[in-house]
Design a protein around this ligand. Sequence first.
Ligand SMILES: N[C@@H](CCC(=O)N[C@@H](CS)C(=O)NCC(=O)O)C(=O)O
Length: 136
Amino acid sequence: MSFESRKNYSTPAGDKTKIARAASPSREGVVLEHYHNINSVCAQKVRIALNEKGLEVREHLLTLRGDQHDPVYRKLNPNGVVPTLVHDGKPVIESSLILYYLDDAFPQPPLMPREPLLRHRGCTTSWSMNTCTIPA
Ligand SMILES: N[C@@H](CCC(=O)N[C@@H](CS)C(=O)NCC(=O)O)C(=O)O
């Protein structure tokens, strides 16, 4: 499997230039990989969360012109969609669930409030985005 890695999101799709952002972990021993596409709203959610948490990732850019069905990729994400997060070799799929995973695995800074009612409101916003605004 050879998906392109980039450091610059403004690079036009299809450009084969390899501009790898090093997978140098910002937290000791942590290796995160993100399989995504620039235009994917689902993947953008994950990129925002990774950025908020200051996590370094190795990025793998898919074109979504068939490479999402690569059998090797489908071993990571059997649904053949982006995003997929791989943490220390273990895949985590579904964009909203990836956000909850990131908050569990890397609690600081938190994405969600501590107080139960505020957490519920956060979950409700996420749920309504997923079910009503941008079915994800
Ligand atoms: N429920 C999934 C939806 C993922 C999804 O549909 N991703 C789109 C891009 S936003 C995709 O990869 N489409 C490629 C395809 O359908 O072949 C999630 O939230 O992760």
